[in-house]
Design a protein around this ligand. Structure first.
Ligand SMILES: NC(=O)c1ccc[n+]([C@@H]2O[C@H](COP(=O)([O-])OP(=O)(O)OC[C@H]3O[C@@H](n4cnc5c(N)ncnc54)[C@H](OP(=O)(O)O)[C@@H]3O)[C@@H](O)[C@H]2O)c1
Length: 242
């Protein structure tokens, strides 16, 4: 099929940062594929993005399963052609604040599967198309907890350390290609995940929408992003946005 518009795929777009990014790309004339584990919720986002004029595919997909990831990406490529940008955003916090000594084994497995296996599966599947065209950008959302150990954040922080290693390793392997893999730390945002991580939070947080000038900057760059780790709050502060 002939491609009319750039194509972005965002995992975990039913709320929080993924939802804000969906409307951001809708306003910029992208074709958009989004998913979450709950059809009703992701369809609400699809409808709002369509009102902004975007073509949107919204699927109920659990990105921890390779078959579902394959379906998500195959459907997107079939309808929209090659994928230009992927945002590995879907993630879970796991149990609320809990010391590792008390951490449940199954919860530990679930958090690592969702936060580490998922970006591995999505990136692996999407790279097959991106490498054919030798172009594409994979943005993986990390956290300050991926470079600093925080008490009581358990498997979440550990999973983000692994995500940092995943992208560092992979970007090094892709050094000779035009395809770029980078990490973005969005900072602390007012979302459902943050409510779980810091119940009764008494300090101010970024709204997901406040990060959008950072994405303008990231997307304006012409190359040079492979292997980079960006801190959105540092960018916003340095440029007078917050
Ligand atoms: N909020 C913060 O302060 C903060 C700070 C640093 C980094 N981050 C990172 O920023 C990103 C966005 O976080 P957020 O705060 O916006 O989180 P959020 O509000 O909890 O949203 C997470 C999204 O991921 C989806 N999701 C979770 N597991 C999934 C799965 N297995 N398959 C498909 N979708 C799945 C959720 O939908 P369903 O539940 O319907 O599946 C939801 O749409 C995450 O990578 C997070 O680690 C957040």
């Amino acid at each position: 099929m002939e491609k009319q518009k750039p194509v972005v795929l965002i995992t975990g777009a039913s709320r929080g940062l993924g939802e804000a990014l969906t409307y951001y790309f809708a306003e910029r004339n992208y074709s958009i594929a989004i998913c979450s584990r709950h059809l009703k919720e992701i369809q609400k986002v699809k409808k709002k993005a369509e009102k902004l004029g975007a073509s949107v595919i919204a699927l109920e997909v659990d990105v921890t399963h390779s078959k579902e990831v394959d379906r998500l990406i195959s459907v997107t490529e079939y309808h929209f052609g090659s994928i230009d940008i992927v945002i590995n955003n879907a993630s879970i916090f796991g149990p609320g604040p809990c010391e590792l000594t008390d951490y449940d084994e199954q919860a530990f497995r679930n958090v690592l599967t969702t936060n580490v296996l998922n970006p591995f599966l999505v990136t692996k599947r999407v790279l097959s198309g991106m490498l054919v065209h030798n172009q594409g950008l994979v943005i993986t959302i990390t956290s300050e907890a991926g470079i600093t150990g925080f008490a009581e954040w358990g498997a979440y922080g550990i999973s983000k350390f692994a995500v940092e290693g995943l992208i560092q390793t992979w970007s090094d392997e892709l050094a000779d290609y035009e395809v770029e893999l980078c990490l973005v730390d969005p900072g602390e945002m007012n979302t459902k995940m943050h409510e779980r991580a810091v119940p009764n939070c008494d300090y101010s947080l970024l709204e997901p929408n406040q990060l959008l000038p950072f994405f303008d900057y990231l997307l304006s760059l012409k190359g040079g992003r492979n292997g980079q780790r960006y801190s959105a709050p540092d960018f916003l502060e340095a440029n007078g946005y917050v």
